[in-house]
Ligand binder design. Sequence first.
Ligand SMILES: Nc1ncnc2c1ncn2[C@@H]1O[C@H](COP(=O)(O)OP(=O)(O)OP(=O)(O)O)[C@@H](O)[C@H]1O
Ligand SMILES: [Mg+2]
Length: 453
Amino acid sequence: MPEELPPPPPLPRSTGPGRGRVVPVLLAAGSAPWEAEAVARLSDPGQGVLLLQRCLDLADLLGAAATGTAEVALLAAEVRGLDADSVARLHHSGVRVVVVADPREEPSRARLGADALRRLDVDLVLGPEDLGLVAARVREVARETATPDVPDWLRTSAADQPDEPDAVTPQPRDGKLVAVWGAGGAPGRTTLAVALAAEAAHRGHATLLVDADPYGGAVAQQLAVLDEVSGLLGAARLANAGQLDLVRFAGLARALAPGFRVLTGLPRPGRWPEVRPAAFTEVLAAARRLDDLVVVDTGAGIEAGSDDPFDAAPSRDETTRTVLAEADVVVLVAAPDPVGMQRAVRAVTDLADLRPAGVDVVAVNRMRTSVGWDRRDVVGLLHRVAPSALVVFLPDDVVAADRALVAGRTLVESADSALRRATAGLATEVLGVLGLPAAPTVRGVRRRLRRTG
Ligand SMILES: Nc1ncnc2c1ncn2[C@@H]1O[C@H](COP(=O)(O)OP(=O)(O)OP(=O)(O)O)[C@@H](O)[C@H]1O
Ligand SMILES: [Mg+2]
């Protein structure tokens, strides 16, 4: 039996200005000599942490983590069974992993060193000499996926503004979902997802761009958004805890300009297990309630998980599958070279099981004459597998793509270019399929998208 602590008091979510949240922690120290000090530090009510349970071994820790109540696990490097899989399972339970490596206790691990432990995807490695600050370090690690404070403009209480409930909670919408998908080989999914979202926002549609690529988020980098908190992980965590309301979700989506926000993606590819399928479905639903148009950058793969009911591990591609199954419009980004075309054709075929309606728009990106065939050939090939898909061509425009990338700006904000004009055409097609009203003419378009933060 695990050594139970006295029942903890109800979790205080906030303990006043300056302090922030209290972080619930699990401890598995084995018989490490530093355990007593760690318990004392983590039990000090003034430290902003709460020791939920001392676990006997790794199995006990994994079981406690699976209840979803803890945010951080502190464990000794010598705990038996500590490996990449157990770390992934802790992450999968939404628990960050801090390991204390004590060279006196575990010479082999100590020889491996902190780098080897980090390769297990451990979030933080401490030495016994760091225990004096263990509570602070645990809080730092938890902060990365913490629920951010609700922004001031959403904090106003209903009682303060009885006539303006919209100022308190955004009015729920019924937004359309656009999946930007494509086979492997970096055909330009992220570039076109960003461009499409920016074009739509520029035309006056309240737009949320969601980075849901389970192989690592790139939207934040493309837009030079330095977000300490991953919007996707924060939203998934809230959804897991049943706390994903519109106000909190709006606090996680980063505003880039009026009517244009972004939910940033995974800070590291290895964090994908923290976005559980059920939680992700809720995140998409919240996204639709927040804005009129939700553009989602997805991963390339759509492999299904195991059918084995005893195999609880979800497929890494589950988020992409969910987006594609639920999308109002699927945009397939295809490279026009022979390899890209072959992959695109296979992708269209593979999608049929998941989405009988198939692909709505194929964006043939980086079209150029040197690929050896012309637009008619490409359309003919694509229409064999997707006869009703609209095919849109975008030029290979390295100068415009690089300029936007280097400046961390959208194509809408950049100087006029062939690529920008083509992405405007793509947006017209996608908005047309969605039946969204024709774009109002907006004067000073670049100003509209100038960053607000
Ligand atoms: N039309 C284009 N013309 C020139 N360069 C382009 C074009 N579209 C995309 N690129 C460039 O191709 C590279 C890959 O683009 P992007 O990151 O959007 O691909 P991706 O499909 O999202 O890849 P990943 O698999 O990494 O998610 C980037 O350097 C981007 O600037
Ligand atoms: Mg990408």
